[in-house]
Design a protein around this ligand. Structure first.
Ligand SMILES: NC(=O)C1=CN([C@@H]2O[C@H](COP(=O)(O)OP(=O)(O)OC[C@H]3O[C@@H](n4cnc5c(N)ncnc54)[C@H](OP(=O)(O)O)[C@@H]3O)[C@@H](O)[C@H]2O)C=CC1
Ligand SMILES: O=CC(=O)O
Length: 293
């Protein structure tokens, strides 16, 4: 199977590499074209523009930072829309809001192409290991065509129905994840500032009902002040913002998410946006005192 791949950031690079490793022929494009070279070394070919990639491939996947990037790659000059049409499928795996996804879907369908939104749950390591959870919605026939690729990229795919359902599910999941990260950060800070060992808190949490892979993975590096980005904080804040907007649209009160968003915004304003989202601990730690770790 030949696929195009647009966007070679933390996630896109790992996902495209995974497809290549499993025998897919992959044509890649990235806004900063030099980043394609690492994939060329693994066997990819390069398309000079998104339109060139779509012209070459029956199926094109995108993994881009945010709604602005997702729209730009489709609608701008040399974008996806210039070459999409009958017999071609476009699969956007970026985390965006339902309105962005619907706009892309309408435009692709108007040109005769098929569209699927398929955001993923899971970070850099699951992307490298093909262990993502895929939250797809839109064109069911395109979903069926993509199953061989999804089987390589993920451990489980969901088809959630109408366009927007995948985007919304992803935002709800990340709203919960971002709030949990804030709760962990506050807990570590409270333990530290009240004379307890934050490391012992992590050990206690890991043995109880709130044990989870995220606390287990991120907790120890947070205590070391190490925030090598797997999931950049600026993207988590984007997801919180979009989830809160979904809450607005549906009159759902979300005070916990709103407070978490403020902490992520503060972290961004302090220049922590490109670090891992666990760097929000620096903000919450700062609010209470200094860490012993
Ligand atoms: N990292 C993670 O753990 C996870 C991320 N996600 C989501 O996946 C998406 C990608 O995340 P991630 O790989 O971490 O992000 P990165 O910031 O590492 O990569 C972003 C990608 O988007 C491209 N891009 C940004 N702006 C534009 C633009 N205006 N036009 C064209 N391309 C653009 C970048 O190109 P360039 O190289 O030129 O800057 C790069 O390829 C996001 O929506 C994120 O929320 C979902 C699950 C997990
Ligand atoms: O979107 C981030 C993730 O870890 O999932």
């Amino acid at each position: 199977m030949e696929v195009g791949f647009l966007g070679l950031g933390i996630m896109g690079k790992a996902m495209a590499a995974n497809l290549l490793r499993h025998g897919f022929r992959v044509t890649v494009w990235n806004r900063t074209l030099s980043k394609c070279q690492e994939l060329v070394a693994l066997g990819a070919t390069v398309g000079e523009t998104p339109a060139a990639v779509v012209a070459k491939c029956s199926y094109t996947i995108a993994m881009l930072s945010d709604p602005i990037a997702a729209l730009s790659v489709v609608f701008d000059k040399n974008g996806v829309l210039e070459q999409i049409g009958n017999g071609k499928g476009y699969v956007d795996m970026s985390t965006v809001d339902a309105a962005t996804s619907s706009k892309i879907s309408e435009a692709v369908k108007q040109k005769g192409g098929a569209f699927l939104e398929a955001p993923v749950s899971g970070s850099k390591k699951p992307a490298e290991d093909g262990q993502l959870v895929i939250l797809a919605a839109g064109d069911k026939a395109l979903y069926d065509d993509m199953v061989p690729a999804f089987d390589v990229l993920g451990k489980k795919s969901f088809f959630l129905g109408e366009i927007g359902s995948g985007a919304k599910m992803k935002l709800v999941v990340n709203m919960i994840m971002g709030s949990m990260m804030n709760a962990l950060s506050e807990g570590l800070s409270l333990a530290d500032n009240s004379g307890l060992s934050p490391q012992t808190l992590l050990d206690v949490l890991d043995l109880g009902a709130v044990a989870n892979p995220m606390f287990k993975l991120k907790g120890p590096s947070m205590l070391k002040g190490s925030y090598n980005p797997a999931f950049p904080l600026k993207h988590q804040q984007k997801d919180m913002r979009l989830a809160l907007s979904l809450g607005d649209e549906n009159a759902v009160s979300m005070p916990v998410a709103a407070a978490s968003n403020e902490a992520f915004k503060k972290a961004k304003s302090l220049g922590l946006g490109d670090l891992d989202f666990s760097a929000v601990y620096e903000v919450l730690k700062g609010a209470g005192g200094s860490s012993q770790a």
